[in-house]
Design a protein around this ligand. Structure first.
Ligand SMILES: *Cc1c(COP(=O)(O)O)cnc(C)c1O
Length: 416
């Protein structure tokens, strides 16, 4: 291939490890080479060779209004002209914090950081500081970013690349993290009984090893058990927050976690993360309390303004109703057969190349990765960009149209 993308990829590989700045982008799980983006607008992406794609990756979630929505771009342009970063408080931080606390009532106080990784890492430190305990429980296949304590049996890129436990994570750190199969309440109870646990962290709807769901009562049992044992319950809603509902997965399932981590959507496409929860816990953070946490670019005015514009627009158009309709349409049109399982919640979806039921990492891993790779490339060739890994989740945006979804389903049927 003598395309501009492959020239760029060849150049990138010489000076960037694997040619990418985040591993899944390298297409290793599906083979071939990534394309390089020229521009994106709405539900469409154009690569540097002029190919057009209907996009279901949405920058891995943030682009819930589609790419480059005018409400965000216009505001960011205006805010940028007044300064890019101050390291001094700005009004957008307060407005975005107020909005988040209002929409997610379990969050009484919130602090902004620059990525989901940072949010989860900081929430864990805070939970340890608050409870004065060291051990944490997580679930196999749940991804909470790439900090040392959390990169144990995690999902997403680490899973795709067959290295669930990263080199470079000291055994002593990993030893403080207990990882349990999702949906297994007996093992959670046992781990809580036998250990002093600071926190139980999970994606309430796991979406980094494909997409699967909590069993009936799983989340409420976790809530009860955490309270009983004095452990904090942390919902990682970096992906589901403001995506599956206005108040995130915690609103849908009616559970109040002690701490919540956020990211992706709340930055409107700019780098952001946040963690928040009960005031009593959050006040353990510096400068109020002894748990240290800081960031040069945290609360950056562009990111805060972009997030604020995005959240307000979601609310103004009642995006969650639109997204549910689009999701239901895609589900309805998906071909049904014994070899595949289609999972969906709102605008998040995953087509597993495995028969159901898929309820945890072990069942997700039954997927036929060769078939997935063929499906991925067949779709891409026909102009539909799904995530380049079986173990990722697809996203519909409000910028997709019923026509886009119909066309997508047609292509899926043809490729299958
Ligand atoms: C994406 C993601 C993260 C990590 O966020 P980054 O911004 O990539 O560091 C953490 N948790 C969940 C659930 C995520 O989906």
């Amino acid at each position: 291939m003598n395309s501009r993308s492959s020239e760029l990829f060849a150049a990138a590989q010489k000076i960037i490890p694997g040619g990418v700045n985040s591993p899944v982008r390298a297409f290793r799980n599906v083979g071939g080479e990534p394309f390089f983006v020229d521009r994106a607008k709405g539900a469409r992406i154009w690569d540097v060779d002029g190919n057009e794609y209907i996009d279901y990756v949405a920058s891995w979630g943030p682009a819930i209004l589609g790419h480059a929505p005018a409400v965000i771009v216009d505001l960011v342009r205006d805010v940028a002209s007044r300064g890019l970063s101050f390291g001094i408080p700005n009004p957008f931080e307060v407005e975005l914090a107020q909005l988040i606390c209002e929409w997610m009532p379990s969050i009484e106080k919130v602090r902004f950081v620059n990525s989901g990784t940072e949010a989860a890492m900081s929430a864990i430190r805070l939970a340890r500081g608050f409870t004065k305990r060291d051990k944490i429980i997580k679930f196999d296949g749940c991804y909470h970013g790439h900090s040392d304590s959390l990169l144990v049996k995690s999902g997403s890129g680490a899973l795709t690349h067959g290295q669930p436990d990263s080199a470079g994570v000291p055994q002593a750190f990993a030893g403080l993290t207990i990882s349990i199969p999702f949906n297994d309440v007996d093992l959670v109870r046992k781990a809580l009984n036998e250990n002093e646990i600071a926190a139980v962290i999970l994606e309430p709807v796991p979406a980094n090893a494909g997409l699967y769901f909590p069993r009936e009562n799983f989340l409420s049992i976790l809530r009860e058990e955490c309270t009983k044992h004095g452990a904090l319950l942390i919902f990682d809603e970096v992906m589901t927050g403001f995506r599956v509902a206005r108040g995130g997965a915690q609103e849908i399932y009616g559970i109040k976690p002690d701490l919540t981590t956020l990211g992706k959507i709340i930055g409107g496409g700019l780098p952001v993360g946040a963690f928040g929860g009960r005031a009593e816990i959050m006040d353990q953070l510096s400068p109020n309390g002894p748990v240290y946490q800081a960031g040069t670019l945290s609360g950056n005015p562009l990111a805060m303004a972009a997030g604020l514009a995005q959240l307000r627009e979601l609310d103004r158009i009642n995006a969650w109703k639109i997204l549910e309709e689009f999701g239901a349409q895609l589900e309805e049109l998906m071909p049904k057969n014994d070899a595949t399982t289609f999972h969906r919640i709102g605008s998040m979806f995953c087509l597993f190349f495995a028969p159901g039921p898929i309820v945890d990492l072990a069942s997700a891993k039954r997927s036929d990765l060769k078939s997935f790779a063929k499906f991925f490339h067949g779709s891409l060739k026909r102009g539909v960009y799904f995530a380049p890994s079986q173990f990722e989740t697809g996203f519909i945006s409000t910028a997709h149209t019923p026509n886009d979804i119909e066309r997508t389903a047609e292509i899926v049927r043809e490729v299958l």
